[in-house]
Each structure stands twice: as structure tokens, then as C-alpha cells.
Design a protein around this ligand. Sequence first.
Ligand SMILES: [Zn+2]
Length: 428
Amino acid sequence: MRYFLILILFCSGLSLNAQKLFVDNSHLFYQIAPIYEFKKGIVSLTFDDGYITQFTVGLPLMKERKIPATFYIINNNVDSLTRSLILNNISKDYEIGSHTVSHPDLVKIGNAEANQELLNSKLFLQKYFGMNSGLTMAYPWGIYDSSVRHIVEKIYLAARTTCPGFNSLQALERYDLKMQGFGEQVNSHTANSWVDYAIKNKLWLVEMIHGINDVGYSPIDSEVFSEHLDYINTVDDKIWCSSVSNVIKYIDESKNAKIECELCSDTVFKIRINDFMDDSIYNQSLSIRIKVPDNWDSISISNSAKIKTEYYNKSKFILFNALPDNQELTVKPKLISTPENESGMRLVYLSANPFFDNIKLTLEVFGQRNIDVVLCDINGRLLIHQEEKAANGVINLYLDTSAINPGVYFLRVSSYRGDYIIKKLVKI
Ligand SMILES: [Zn+2]
């Protein structure tokens, strides 16, 4: 059955950008976006060495535009002013990463000392800036070799180099992250073209910035930087801008996560999303697409996420973000409501819409029910009202609509228990 369903999807031309579509045991169709919100590319802004203007000039410009970033800071350079600037201004979108304790040449100092530089830096950052700090690092001077990288691999989730390039998500080299250097020689046009390239080629662009406004190495002008930030915002629907650690978390979670149905019926989905990872670190929301019954309207989800509806080859899908924390999530429509045992009925068949001279519908009824059927126009004017008594089983209803003018109508079926089915119908 599993393979049969997959085959149907391919044969019927369901195009989901060649991303994998999963079918769980209860035939829930789902897909986890390879990039957050199914965007095309990723950009991460990274700042090295912790120059003061990164926090006094750069950070406010980014916060104004809701653009996240990563700051690779050197422990020994964190004075009380820098520390309070960070503590007072950093939200969870901003990552404080490691640039080691004293910015040495990690190859030259030898493995034992390199280990101390890397480990102590992480402990320091987590102590002062929280457990979501010190998760990734940038090699000082961009210098490393395989033994340095080996130490880094044991302590950090990823590491940024100073090698120019872009990063492939399929063949990600997370301890050799390439970058584009944004310095005084670079104008916003060039920096914007990196973003376009990442979108076009579905790549991860990591930008490296040092000084801002005459402070620090190769400083960028804050106006040039602002222009670049504005550009990132204009292509926000195509590129995901996030910190390095959140991108790494997303990639790892999305590859590990599974979605399972606790209960997936015609009227409600109770699902669990689990990435089997440590939730205290892997706390990045995933973007998920699931197929829902076509007759679901005004769909809501119990984590209050915003829901977007899409159609592929006439099938209805919803898109939402959720944490893969193995909590039960309820997805249900407002307009075909409640599980069968509470509703007492289920719509099995409804004749063609638009309709002509009649409407036929078949209901499955559970227990003793009085069924109330109403057809009203768009202003709520009652045109047909029919009552049926029913007990356990299927009932067929027939509404004569030959005397009704063409237009838009609502069919409401109620079982006198506060629950109902509503359908929008058109007569032509
Ligand atoms: Zn540096």
C-alpha cells in the first residue's frame, strides 16, 4: 500500500520541487522542508572579533529589519561594556559563537593548547550568554588543519573558515564552512549578488564581516551595510536569513525528523513530530507540509502556528512551522467539525457542485439523531428546510432546487448537538 500511494503521486504529476514526500503507516502524507519555510536559499551574517560597533551600529540596523546574525567573539576581548551590550540587546535570533579565548594560530599552538582554547571558549560563552551560545565557531585567521578540525568536531556543531565560496546543503561540509568576505572594498551591489546566487543555486551563503564605520579590520560603511540588509528583506520570500547555529539545527532536525499519526481521521489529525535529538539544543522550528482532506476549511493547529493552504494536482496541503519536540499536535478544520463519536454524523456523499435541479447527499449517522438540513442564500435567507429522524446507518437526502435562482448558497446539516457541516454551493 505504501508504494502504491507513492506511485499514484508521481503518476498524477504531483510536483513538489523534487523534495521527498513521506507516507507514514496511517497514510499521512507529509514533507519536511529542506530549507525553512520552503525557501530557495539561506544567508547567515557572521561578525568576527567582537568590535564594539558591531553591537552599537550593526546590531540595531539588523534588529530594525528583523535580520538575525552570528557574532564570533574572542573571550579575552569581552570587556564589561561589550558584555552588557550583548546581554541587553541579544534575542534568540542572534547567536554568540566562539572565536576562541585569545585568537591564536590553532595549528601553531599544538593540539593540547588548541583544545583548551576551543573548550574554554565554549564554557565561557555558555556561562555568560546561555546554553544556546558557543555552539559554532570561526577559526582565528582562518587557520586550521585536520587535527584542529578534529578537536573542533568534538566541541562544536559547525565551524566557519575564511575560504571564499558558498555551501552546498546536499554535501554540507559543516567544519569547513565557506564564506564571502564583506569588507571596505565590497559595495552593496556585489553583496546583493551573492544573495541572488544563493537563491538561484539553492546554496547557503555565509557572509563574514569585521569592522563597521572605521572601527576594526576592513570596516564596512553602515550605509552600504543598510542597503544590503534592505535588499535581503526584499527577497525575504526566497531566502532564509538565520544564524549559523540555527541553520545547522534546521538541517540536522529536518533530516532526522519523522511525523507520526496518533489518530488521523476524516475530521481530525493528531500528530507527533519527533527528531530524536536533544531538545535543549535542537530547538529550531521545522517547516512542514501535510496533505489534508479536501473538505477541510479554516484549518487550525494546536501550536497556534500560522497555516498556509496550497493545492497540488487538486489535493489540499497545509504548510506550518512546528518544533520537533514529540508533543501531540492537533490539526483540525473549523467547518467540518468534531470527531464522529461526538458529531454523530459524517458526510459520505454530496452531489455535483455547481448544482442544477436538485442536491443529493448521503450521511452516515451514529446513534439516534435528528438531522436538520437547511439551504440558505448568501444573505442567510432560508430557502429549504428539511428534518429527518435517523438511527445508526446511512440516510440519503434529496433537496428539490428547481425553483431556486442561480447564485451562491450554503447548505447546513446539523445534528442538534451544536455540531454541523457547512458547504458552499453554486447553482448555475
Ligand atoms: Zn578573527
